[in-house]
Design a protein around this ligand. Structure first.
Ligand code: ZN
Length: 219
């Protein structure tokens, strides 16, 4: 931890507090401070610049921000479900209509969605991003990303020499097949073998004529 020698002189500023004068109140010394918000407050020298940098307004504001972020997260949860299940939602055609769902755990409980969000780096400037953009909303396929990350990661990073497998910029392998000119995503994984398995299983279960992916194509 950084240790700083604190200096107490009129005019010196700590956070939002400007020291005005050292005053004696009933035998004890206090610093009279003016807060940026306009309030005058009296503090012991030991409090200034350590755990107190405002008249108390900072704490109130950050508490308010915390409450707002709870609301923001709640809105994200509601909008995610609307995209997948509410036909009147403007985005339904890109989500629900394409078969994208929210996992049961998140769908039924805001609390469990919130728990995942807070444990996985949620911040107020981030939005929920599906790693495989054809995959569902579930813990394995979601993360918090800023807008530039979201755009970058949707762009295929590169073809790898295995039939039907591409690698995304974030390292995720994506299996795809082309059926009647339409590209279908068959599943994704950080593990190449898993991505291959998912693609092959998709081809077999749908009786598709597409060539199966093989790990030894890499050689
Ligand atoms: Zn204040």
């Amino acid at each position: 931890m950084r240790k700083k020698t604190r200096c107490f002189e009129p005019g010196i500023k700590y956070g939002r507090l400007t020291l005005i004068e050292n005053v004696n109140k009933k035998g004890r010394y206090f610093w009279k401070c003016r807060c940026d918000c306009g309030k005058i407050t009296y503090l012991k020298a030991g409090q200034i610049g350590t755990n107190t940098n405002s008249c108390g307004c900072y704490k109130i504001e950050s508490h308010r921000t915390h409450n707002e972020s709870k609301t923001r997260l709640y809105n994200i949860w509601c909008m995610m479900k609307a995209r997948c299940y509410r036909k009147s939602s403007g985005s339904y055609s890109n989500y629900g209509a394409r078969g994208i769902t929210v996992c049961e755990e998140w769908k039924n409980s805001y609390e469990s969605f919130k728990e995942w969000a807070l444990e996985n780096g949620y911040a107020d400037n981030l939005s929920i991003d599906r790693i495989d953009c054809n995959g569902n909303y579930c813990p394995e396929n979601c993360r918090w990303a800023d807008n530039s990350t979201q755009v970058n990661n949707r762009r295929p990073f590169g073809k790898i020499p295995i039939t039907g497998i591409i690698q995304m910029k974030n390292g995720v392998y994506l299996g795809q097949v082309t059926v009647n000119g339409k590209r279908i995503h068959c599943g994704s994984s950080m593990d190449l073998n898993v991505a291959i398995k998912k693609r092959n299983e998709y081809i077999k279960s749908h009786n598709l004529p597409n060539k199966l992916s093989e790990i030894n194509e890499l050689k």
